[in-house]
Design a protein around this ligand. Structure first.
Ligand code: 2HA
Ligand code: ZN
Length: 273
């Protein structure tokens, strides 16, 4: 069977295209990585080759040593993934120290994994530890409304979480832990990787000021759904403010707690008040 018919590759390609259709991936914007299960590696490994060089990542993730990741390519366009997956995405293996990778499949016309690979790897490392191995997906996108909010709200976890939780009633249920906010930083390097992964110890989503959003989750549906829910809430917030009279009424802290009680979820109450 062609690797392109393996379920995990089909699901990965579908998520790339769904993000493109949402308008979150202008040009080469955004990136997606997935930590493969042993069974998925087994199903794909007949297509692997091992002659490409090991590349140092500039970060070390000991708990990911020897793992395989599906990744979008640096400079590649989400728009093109569905047309030619093997040219635009890859599978990369981490070495035994967890500080270098090599591409074993894909990027057939050359290239390397996403420029945000160090950020993705640090976040996979943190989330694997924090969720006992449950989280496998790290997704970065450029949704317009959440980016717009970073120009008008204080860049704090509390301000963003409150604005999002109160913009759509489902939000506290979908991300009861809240969201973190990373101040503006140069993308692609070890510094933004460290700052983001520090927040991802607590949160499943981190806003990058004037840039985009990072989300983590156990599978493609949940992670795409988290990005989608946050961006939808941001759209509502921006539209409500754009009416020009300010927010007249919203969901109160007590009402957020009522949702948590009835849905049996634990809200991060540090972010209330
Ligand atoms: O172009 O989104 O953050 C890829 C990116 C960098
Ligand atoms: Zn980006």
């Amino acid at each position: 069977m062609s690797i392109l018919n393996v379920e995990v590759i089909k699901s990965y390609v579908r998520m790339c295209n769904d993000g493109w259709l949402q308008g979150w991936h202008e040009r080469n914007g955004g990136n997606l990585t997935y930590r493969m299960t042993k069974e998925e590696v087994e199903a794909c490994k007949d297509s692997f080759t091992y002659e490409r060089p090991w590349v140092p990542m500039g970060v070390t993730a000991e708990n990911l040593a020897g793992e395989f990741f599906i990744a979008t390519g640096s400079g590649k366009y989400f728009r093109n993934v569905i047309l030619a997956p093997e040219e635009n995405i890859c599978i990369a293996e981490l070495n035994a120290k967890g500080d270098a990778y090599r591409v074993v499949w894909g990027l057939t016309k050359g290239g390397r994994p996403t420029s945000e690979f160090p950020s993705h790897i640090m976040n996979h490392s943190v989330k694997k530890a924090a969720t006992d191995g449950a989280h496998r997906v790290i997704y970065h996108a450029h949704p317009g409304n959440i980016i717009a909010m970073t120009f008008v709200l204080p860049l704090t976890d509390k301000a963003f979480t409150k604005a999002l939780w109160t913009s759509a009633t489902e939000c506290p249920v979908v991300f009861p832990g809240g969201v973190g906010v990373v101040q503006w930083m140069v993308p692609g390097g070890a510094d933004i990787a460290m700052a983001t992964s520090e927040l991802m110890k607590k949160y499943d989503a981190a806003v990058w000021a004037h840039h985009g959003l990072f989300c983590s989750g156990p599978d493609f549906d949940t992670t795409f759904g988290l990005m989608h829910t946050i961006e939808k809430a941001a759209e509502i917030y921006v539209k409500a403010l754009s009416c020009g009279q300010g927010i007249r009424q919203t969901i109160s802290d007590q009402q957020l707690l009522d949702i948590a009680r009835d849905f049996g979820i634990k809200l991060n109450e540090e972010l209330l008040g």
